[in-house]
Design a protein around this ligand. Structure first.
Ligand code: NI
Length: 178
């Protein structure tokens, strides 16, 4: 396994549209998944999309640590998970604001409105179809990562730029909760 170099804000691949993966069992895809998981953990992130490691494929990895889930029964904690060619459906309901960061935009956090509930379908790392309804932090992470496959970064989803800042300053000000 290897730790991959992460593309940072300003790199054009972050604004591109990723293409579907034809064969999830391809050894190169399997190696990429393993490397992306290692890279995500090394960087202390909860999600990483292939374009962030300079690969324009519809692949993302994420995890939902048990400590991050809310009381929402659909906010399911997840071990390391890969989604290949994910399809996302936003379910009805009011948008929910929550703090986000991005490994491609290091050192910053912002409050970003997202759908509170989603349904998604994808292939897992074995090529099996998975479908889930998710809420809370789980839903937020998946929306953030699927956005990366479509060239969308979280600042493009922001509506209130007053809630945007350096993680260090926001933590000092005590505003990062929720
Ligand atoms: Ni990101």
């Amino acid at each position: 396994m290897a730790i991959l170099k992460i593309a940072r804000l300003g790199h054009p691949i972050l604004l591109g549209t990723a293409v579907p993966i034809a064969d999830p069992r391809d050894p190169e895809v399997q190696r990429l998944i393993a490397d992306m998981l290692e890279t995500m953990h090394d960087a202390g992130g909860v999600g990483l999309a292939a374009p962030q490691v300079h690969v324009g494929l519809r692949l993302l990895v994420f995890r939902v640590p048990p400590g991050r889930v809310a009381a929402d029964p659909e906010d399911l904690a997840m071990e390391d998970t890969a989604l290949i060619n994910p399809e996302l459906e936003l379910l009805p309901g009011d948008p929910v604001d929550g703090w986000e960061g991005c490994l491609s935009i290091p050192g910053l956090r912002a409050r970003v409105p997202r759908a509170g509930r989603i349904r998604y379908q994808a292939l897992d790392r074995n090529g099996e179809v998975v479908q889930r309804v998710a809420g809370g932090f789980h839903a937020r992470v998946v929306q953030h990562e699927v956005d990366h496959l479509n060239g969308v970064l979280y600042p493009m989803r922001m509506t209130d730029f007053r809630s945007f800042g350096f993680t260090e300053e926001l933590a000092r000000a005590g505003v990062l909760a929720g």
